[in-house]
Design a protein around this ligand. Structure first.
Ligand code: ATP
Ligand code: MG
Length: 411
């Protein structure tokens, strides 16, 4: 893509009213536009990052036998009354249709839709287990929507729901999901700083688990075993005051942000919707459920909080909006830069080409650092004279001069 054609521009000044680094950098670099507190437009660059995060999640959910669906955002009040959450859920957005006078909900989560959906298809033990998921926009009336993408009132979520004949089968699949989540956070570049954290469970298990990314800006407090890289959530630290893995009592209080959450629901939502199946003997039994969430938009904010410097964002390559940022620094060599751009595209590379003619070399370099694409390629009079191409990783201090052939081998 040509930067001259990108309708967004970078901002020199910090936006007003935001203190979270992810909110500041993502707006300044042109990834998101804030419509109101906790509500954002994803601009071309931001939408590319979000889509890449969601694609990684999709691939891992498919690998764990997930079947992708898309449930509605708008729900009838009736479903939420059946579970009691019409009254009890504090963050629920409720509204009334002007014409039909019916009460509606903007979905904050989808147990109320997915349980009655599966009820239409599950009759016997032969119909189980099932795993369905979606990647969807969720709505929650959050009180503190002040940390940019970390806490939206409208945000993205991947939610997978599993359906089982027994607690044992639910336990088995739960471990499959733990591994799938580890794969996701590894692939988006958060593997080393994201820890499995023990949180309170429910009727059907002692614990649930959160995937917490260690972050100074995080809103959660966890107790971390640095040997095992396993955490304990603040809410259960009194009943579990040692590492659940090695028993060590030396836990370090750490700030973190919850990027994922997995939970054994058991029959909590099967009961209100009478979600049952017939076993081998024809006896009717309750279906066991699990639910597994990841926040792609929060993950995007977490990535910026974790990977930036005083010049801007430093995207991990797997979610970088483009793999290469090609800068033409001198008007005199625009032809050579154009030629390189075409060669890269022909070879299938993802390139943002800063072909702007009225912008100084200095400004282009500043913009490139702010946007944070993983690899910067520079074409200038100097590089052309040397018959070389300059390449620099955003995270590296120094640039390297390489031959065109070597650059093509990096695609
Ligand atoms: P929190 O404790 O941070 O409010 P939660 O326990 O309410 O999170 P879940 O209901 O488990 O979150 O949602 C699943 C995932 O969705 C979370 O792990 C998180 O990544 C993401 N998420 C939840 N609330 C928000 C939000 N307001 N903005 C952005 N992402 C969110
Ligand atoms: Mg919440």
């Amino acid at each position: 893509m040509r930067q001259s054609q990108l309708f967004t521009k970078t901002m020199k000044q910090d936006p007003q009213g935001d203190s979270a680094i992810n909110a500041i950098l993502l707006q300044r670099a042109g990834f998101v536009d804030k419509v109101m507190s906790g509500v954002y437009t994803f601009l071309p660059l931001g939408n590319r990052v979000l889509s890449k995060i969601e694609q990684i999640i999709r691939e891992e959910m498919n690998r764990a036998s997930g079947q992708e669906i898309l449930m509605p955002v708008m729900h009838p009040r009736k479903n939420w009354e059946q579970t009691g959450r019409w009254k009890s859920m504090d963050v629920l957005f409720r509204f009334t249709s002007y014409y039909s006078k019916t009460d509606l909900v903007l979905g904050p989560t989808h147990e109320e839709i997915v349980a009655p959906l599966l009820k239409k298809y599950i009759y016997s033990y032969k119909d189980l287990p099932q795993y369905v998921y979606q990647i969807q926009t969720k709505f929650r009336d959050e009180i503190r929507a002040k940390s940019g993408l970390l806490r939206g009132r409208e945000f993205r979520m991947k939610d997978l729901y599993s359906f089982h004949t027994s607690q044992e089968d639910l336990d088995r699949y739960y471990e499959v999901m733990v591994q799938a989540y580890k794969n996701v956070f590894e692939r988006v570049g958060l593997g080393k700083i994201t820890v499995l954290t023990f949180a309170s469970g429910g009727t059907f298990s002692k614990y649930s688990h959160e995937f917490q990314t260690l972050l100074d800006q995080g809103e959660d407090l966890i107790y971390l075993c640095e040997k095992c890289m396993v955490g304990v959530n603040r809410e259960i630290i009194h009943e579990q005051n040692s590492c659940p893995n090695c028993g060590d009592k030396n836990l370090k209080e750490s700030k973190a942000s919850e990027v994922g959450n997995i939970f054994k629901l058991g029959t909590k939502y099967s009961l209100p919707f009478e979600l049952k199946y017939k076993d081998e003997k024809g006896i009717e039994k309750d279906v066991f459920m699990g639910c597994y969430g990841i926040g792609p938009s929060r993950t995007m904010g977490v990535l910026v909080e974790a990977f930036h410097d005083d010049k801007g964002i430093i995207w991990p390559e797997s979610v970088s909006p483009f793999k290469f940022h090609l800068l033409c620094l001198d008007k005199e060599v625009i032809k050579q830069a154009e030629n390189l751009y075409k060669q890269l595209l022909k070879r299938g590379a993802e390139v943002l080409f800063d072909d702007r003619v009225d912008i100084s070399a200095g400004e282009k370099l500043v913009d490139s650092d702010l946007i944070g694409i993983t690899n910067r390629i520079v074409v200038s009079k100097k590089t052309i004279d040397k018959k070389m191409i300059e390449i620099k990783k955003r995270s590296a201090k120094r640039a390297e001069l390489i031959k065109e052939k070597e650059l093509f081998s990096k695609i």
